[in-house]
Design a protein around this ligand. Structure first.
Ligand code: C2E
Ligand code: MG
Ligand code: MG
Length: 389
């Protein structure tokens, strides 16, 4: 079977033909269909590696198709292409993720051929061709590094911390996004080794910053699988002790769905929280959590998923959702964090809603350690100006 198989479902034959043409130029073997039953049959028998899904399909709609693909445990990367609004497409993405699907992104009609080509090339470069050996090499040869995204307090506009975001530049294929390599690390049993590396890079860095006068907190993303072996808490404790970092300068971010996965094995999380480490629920709103269960875990922070933040001024539902999460956090005595803030308007809006912390491209993109230090010095000098916006 050819390795790059693309299945397209679109009720507009011209659009489907254009997508197919671009995909074939990017090396995909392509099948086009306009009909739901045929689509599901081919998704089952042909096992595409990528699916392009239009949301408006007569008969069974795009969302229903996503649910069916989830039931079939479809492992293709799914790209949503549609004339629907951005928020409807984001909602469909969330639905797909909730059903265990790998969502590769959204593109709005009318399509731009260059945008389509870039998406296909990116998926093609990263999907399915990175092996366990690549990942092992990357660990052994220190190909992973960390970028840091500043977090600010939305009321004082002071920089308060950084989120550590892992980066990998594959020597031949170039940058591979964490959303591709983290699942591979998890599947290949190397996620503990990887997370220990991230901890080993970032805690000494935090110490250096604090010695240079930057009073920051450090947020590290962790995988649910890190809590499988039962000694992650002692690893964090030992690194903090080695570098003289108080545990309350550390936050661990767990996605909402990861938090729910480990709900039965929360002893390690509880030990960490008891030692002073803050626990944050990342991408809140994208998983299916029972709020009661979440509250039983010792989380002290909720990070509102960026898909809601992005649309919180333009989409009524997102706006209601963002307000509700901020209130929920405060009523539970938790800190609310908005991530993915891309404009000053959204930043000010969230500040008015009482959101506590913020990060996003409008404040700064993730930076390497040296750039971060320079950024922090400049931000100190300019944030008075930002507050007056
Ligand atoms: P996350 O923890 O929710 O991190 C936020 C993501 O949003 C980052 O993507 C960041 O670069 C991106 N981002 C920040 N500001 C903006 C903005 O204004 N607009 C937009 N569109 N995006 C923004 P990144 O670095 O690609 O990481 C993706 C995810 O990969 C992270 O989501 C996290 O779940 C995971 N990840 C990254 N590093 C690690 C790690 O060291 N360990 C684990 N387990 N997961 C990691
Ligand atoms: Mg995070
Ligand atoms: Mg997040």
């Amino acid at each position: 079977m050819p390795s790059n198989r693309l299945l397209i479902i679109d009720d507009e034959p011209n659009v489907a033909a254009t997508i197919g043409k671009v995909a074939r130029r990017c090396g995909y073997d392509t099948i086009i269909t306009t009909e739901s039953e045929d689509f599901l049959g081919r998704a089952h028998s042909w096992r595409p590696t990528v699916i392009v899904l239009d949301l408006s399909i007569p008969g069974m709609g795009g969302c229903e198709l996503l649910v069916q693909l989830g039931k079939e445990a479809c492992d293709a990367q799914i790209l949503i292409i549609s004339g629907h609004s951005r928020s409807e497409m984001e909602a469909a993405q969330r639905l797909g993720r909730m059903h265990g699907l790998t969502m590769a992104g959204t593109l709005q009609k009318p399509l731009r051929v260059d945008a389509l080509r870039i998406v296909f090339e990116t998926i093609n470069n990263t999907a399915g061709i990175i092996t366990r050996v690549d990942i092992q090499d990357a660990l052994e040869n220190n190909q992973f590094y960390v970028a840091y995204q500043p977090q600010i307090n939305l009321q004082s506009m002071q920089m308060v911390g950084v989120e550590a975001l892992a980066r990998w530049i594959h020597p031949a294929r170039g940058p591979v996004p964490p959303t591709t390599f983290i699942p591979l690390l998890e599947e290949s049993g190397l996620i503990d080794e990887f997370t220990h590396k991230v901890v080993d890079i970032t805690i000494p860095q935090l110490r250096l910053w604090r010695e240079s006068g930057l009073e920051l907190k450090l947020a590290i993303n962790v995988s649910a699988k890190n809590f499988g072996s039962g000694n992650f808490d002692t690893y964090i404790d030992s690194r903090c002790a080695k570098y003289g970092i108080a545990s309350d300068y550390i936050t661990l971010e767990l996605t909402e769905s990861a938090a729910m996965e480990r709900v039965g094995d929360s002893a390690s999380l509880k030990r960490l929280a008891a030692s002073g480490v803050s626990l944050s629920i990342d991408d809140f709103g994208t998983g299916y959590s029972s709020l009661v269960q979440l509250h039983r875990l010792p989380f002290s922070e909720i990070k509102i998923d960026r898909s809601f933040v992005l649309e919180c001024m333009s989409d009524k539902e997102c706006s209601v959702f963002v307000r509700a999460i901020i209130d929920l956090a405060h009523n539970l005595n938790m800190t609310s964090v908005a991530e993915g803030i891309e404009s000053i308007e959204v930043m000010n809006h969230l500040a008015n809603l009482g959101c506590d912390l913020a990060q996003g491209y409008a404040i700064s993109r993730p930076l390497i350690a040296k750039e971060l230090y320079q950024w922090a010095l400049t931000w100190g000098a300019t944030n008075q100006h930002m507050a007056a916006y």
